[in-house]
Design a protein around this ligand. Structure first.
Ligand SMILES: [Zn+2]
Length: 294
């Protein structure tokens, strides 16, 4: 099993693509997501009964590693949250472990003190890009600028050890236009942006010596006509894809949950969670799960 364990500098990139339906992926051209899945896995995630199928609660769960009962984000207004006790991984790693972290995206409550946010309270570097208006086109432009910024940061001197990049245009397109042709094209465009991020990682001068974990994740699905928040199968079905050390291709999967994403980020950086964090998640594979103490 020793070959599973990395030797070089450890790095993690999490790419969050909002509102991507799992059932449509086989019909779409998503070569970059496919490459992550082929090198590791792509697994369905069911949004649990306690969690509204909304972006706020789901992204909070994904990035904190605890469920709504702890982080307290119950909708797309983040007011009343307990993120000070249960911070996202970019904030926790920067504060507790003095790691260089980075978060980027265009949805206000994730990045700004608006609507009860931010979710990403204090990453080492934060890049918020405002969409010029609330429209699918403006969100594509926003995601494009987020991607360009992330390419710069991932390839540059900041050298973040853990990053989260948020792409929101797919979800916005579904809300405006439903899950038709424009939505499908938007998913494919998001995949091209994922490709640019992966290229930026591979182009790093030290890439050959580095051990990268890449996680791509969506928060919820969408009804055919666009919209989510209910308990239907298409709304509550999300997914996670990941590759990296400890995740051999086709890694035998236990059930993957949203809370496992942050837990896996910590494991990929060889950080044992403090029991006081009371994480609800666990790394994706038993190989990376902490050995029992005592
Ligand atoms: Zn969402």
């Amino acid at each position: 099993m020793s070959s599973l364990w990395p030797t070089g500098p450890l790095r993690v990139l999490v790419v969050g693509i909002d509102g991507v339906r799992l059932d449509l992926l086989p019909e779409l051209e998503t070569p970059h997501l496919d490459s992550v899945a082929a090198a590791g896995f792509l697994a369905p995630v069911e949004v649990d009964d306690a969690t509204p199928t909304m972006s706020g609660p789901c992204w909070a769960t994904i990035t904190t590693g605890v469920g709504v009962a702890k982080h307290g984000v119950l909708g797309n207004h983040f007011g009343g949250n307990r993120l000070d006790v249960f911070p996202d991984f970019t904030t926790r790693l920067a504060a507790v472990h003095r790691r260089r972290t980075f978060a980027a995206g265009g949805w206000e409550p994730l990045f700004l003190a608006r609507q009860g946010g931010p979710l990403f309270a204090a990453p080492g570097r934060l890049s918020y890009v405002a969409p010029v208006e609330d429209s699918p086109e403006a969100w594509e432009e926003c995601d494009q600028r987020v991607t360009e910024e992330a390419v710069r940061v991932l390839g540059g001197a900041d050298d973040p050890q853990a990053s989260f990049v948020y792409l929101g245009a797919v979800d916005e397109t579904a809300h405006f236009l439903g899950c038709g042709e424009e939505y499908r094209r938007s998913v494919e465009t998001a995949d091209q942006r994922l490709g640019r991020l992966l290229d930026a990682v591979r182009a790093r001068p030290g890439y050959a010596e580095e051990s990268w974990t890449v996680i791509v994740v969506t928060d919820h699905g969408h009804l055919d006509q666009g919209g989510h928040g209910g308990r239907s199968t298409v709304e509550r079905t999300a997914w996670v894809a990941a590759s990296g050390p400890g995740l051999p291709p086709g890694a035998p999967m236990e059930t993957v949950r949203h809370v496992d994403v942050a837990a896996h980020v910590y494991a990929a950086l060889e950080i044992s969670p403090d029991p006081h964090w009371t994480l609800d998640g666990r790394p994706f594979t038993p190989a990376l799960q902490p050995a029992p103490v005592g």
